[in-house]
Design a protein around this ligand. Sequence first.
Ligand SMILES: [Ca+2]
Length: 315
Amino acid sequence: MSVSVNDRQAPVAPGKIPAAIFHAESLVGESMMRTRLVDSSWPGGSQFFSATLLASLLTSSVLAEDQRDDNAVIFECDFESAEWWQEWGLNAPPARVDAVSQDTELGFEPHAGRALRIRVDEGGHYGVSLQYRFAERTGTEPEEVWLRYYLRFGSDWTPARGGKLPGIAGTYGRAGWGGRKVNGTDGWSARGLFRGQKDGRTPVGFYCYHADMRGRYGDNWIWDKEGFPGLENNRWYCVEQYVKLNQPGQNDGILRAWVDGSPVFEKTDVRMRDIDTLKIETVWMNVYHGGTWTAETDHHLYIDDVMISSQRMPR
Ligand SMILES: [Ca+2]
């Protein structure tokens, strides 16, 4: 099957493991060693044994929250395969896109091996447009889903104006993108967006076509919870997005986003649909500069470790 299996069991990189785990693991290691050394002949042995038990319990409870549930993984792509594009149902690699493991000219450093490098040409809009269509791949369409991916803007990422980033959608080719306003029965979408870079940061958010939209174009809902300032160039971020569709006609749809594990956006009164046949059709890995405007210069960004899941997954 074309779904690649990422065998990097999280947590993997030291920087990503909560301090409590390191603390617990060091306690376990130290205590076990000392327990072995002193055995039962040393008066302090039983105390160390207690510490070992305590630390083991602590470790197992912390790790349990961080372990991934493989049953919840719907799709993942780490771009390590030479034919990574086949995992997205394509017969040939898309234009302007390469899987790279080094790219020092643009300040690249790997997140985990190869990453997808995406170029927006000077004077152009695209980008890339990859789709994971649930009905084709799984035979069914969900009503809630998590999308997680790692994102890095290259050193030449200097957009003066905004555009689109990966997200989740149900346009069904009818409505919900490109000024095709939705009415609750034809489509919806919650792609990501970026705005023009300011003070070295690129604001990001949801670009949402929903049944309560007023204008022709989708609403811009910037991720700015707790003062989140946007993304810097030349560093990796873990981006997580969650969509739960509303009950038809109700204002109870949910959009959430996290960056590096911190919540940066929540909206719980979204009306994406008025009929239950509108579902989550696709994860749309879209990068697009514009609007009608185009890129002022070549811009590059990198994406790695895309995961679509039915539960929120550990980073
Ligand atoms: Ca990779």
